[in-house]
Ligand binder design. Structure first.
Ligand SMILES: [Fe+2]
Length: 191
């Protein structure tokens, strides 16, 4: 298995392998990733390292793409006042942990039946503070937005697979228009 510089990250990957090997039903499986990611984002050495990661809008760092189970671990470094467009992650699951700083998570409910192509009506369902140490789970096709709420914030994503291989829907809340995206620019980063 690939070895990383950080003990906490090596342990995280090992724990993920043990968890994936259980072959739990989908919902239980992804809920089970939460405490594993929580353990990683509370590691002070890992938090300190993230302070040197370059902040750039539209970028997601590739920390790990698993050769055995295909799960993807990414890093997002948010700019001050970062406002994300509402979007979904297509058919994939995401477990999202805030490593540093403060974020605010919005989850939307879709009011229309999806019959009108390129259009969606969304209603805000949940708005929650997400300080460092928070882990949220985003199931497939759920519209949401993770916004920055501090000068710098860093989040770790654990996804079903590497982004870019599936369509994500982008939602314009003002006009109701929707579009398709293939995710952010992926940049490898050593951890
Ligand atoms: Fe997202």
């Amino acid at each position: 298995m690939k070895k990383y510089k950080h003990n906490a990250f090596n342990k995280f990957i090992e724990d993920m392998h043990v968890h994936f090997a259980k072959g739990l039903p989908e919902v239980k499986h992804w809920e089970g990733v939460r405490p594993i990611l929580k353990c990683l984002i509370l590691d002070q050495e890992f938090i300190n390292t993230s302070k040197s990661w370059e902040r750039k809008k539209g970028r997601e760092y590739i920390l790990h793409h698993d050769p055995q189970y295909d799960f993807f671990v990414g890093g997002l470094v948010r700019e001050p006042k970062h406002v994300a467009m509402a979007h979904d992650h297509g058919p994939t699951w995401t477990v999202y942990g805030v490593l540093f700083g403060q974020e605010v998570t919005h989850v939307y409910e879709r009011l229309d039946d999806g019959s009108k192509t390129g259009h969606a009506e969304l209603k805000l369902k949940i708005k929650s503070e997400a300080p460092a140490g928070t882990v949220d789970i985003v199931p497939p096709h759920i519209p949401h937005a993770e916004n920055g709420n501090s000068p710098r914030s860093v989040a770790i994503t654990v996804r079903t697979t590497k982004p870019g291989s599936y369509d994500q829907v982008m939602f314009d809340l003002k006009t109701g228009k929707t579009g398709i995206s293939r995710g952010l620019e992926l940049v490898p980063l050593e951890v």
